[in-house]
Write a protein that binds this ligand. Structure first.
Ligand code: ZN
Length: 134
């Protein structure tokens, strides 16, 4: 089963916690045991899993990416958004999360984030729910 939802990112660079949206897809699927693949079909947005308790962690991740991939470096891509492409590749475009008892299996402090690097835009998130074989 494949489901999708959209996220309005509302800033040039932002990490948006989509854990509850993905959990809602799992709930609606009725699958109690399996895996959820969470994918973004974009080249300047990514998906990652990290701490959702202290917002300073997200701020530090974004600041670190900024230092690693500065806006003012020399890039070839004529569209002018190469830093966004590079950061999206560093984060990756897909995460797989196990489902147990109808819930995403995440650590106490973990959340699933859509990472926007070239917003604001409306982004699509595709979730494939794969039940365990009977
Ligand atoms: Zn581009």
């Amino acid at each position: 089963m494949t489901h999708q939802f959209t996220v309005s990112t509302q800033a040039h660079t932002r990490m948006i916690d989509i854990t509850e949206r993905v959990q809602a897809v799992v709930r609606e699927s009725g699958v109690s045991s399996g895996v959820a693949h969470v994918f973004v079909p974009h080249t300047t947005a990514g998906i990652t899993i990290n701490e959702d308790a202290d917002p300073s962690v997200v701020a530090d991740i974004l600041a670190s990416l900024e230092r690693a991939v500065p806006d003012d470096a020399a890039y070839r891509h004529s569209e002018g958004n190469s830093p966004a492409h590079v950061k999206a590749s560093l984060m990756g475009f897909c995460q797989t999360v196990f489902i147990d008892a109808g819930k995403l299996v995440l650590g106490t402090w973990q959340g699933i984030y859509l990472c926007e690097f070239d917003g604001p835009r409306t982004r699509r998130v595709i979730v494939k729910i794969q039940p365990d074989a009977e």
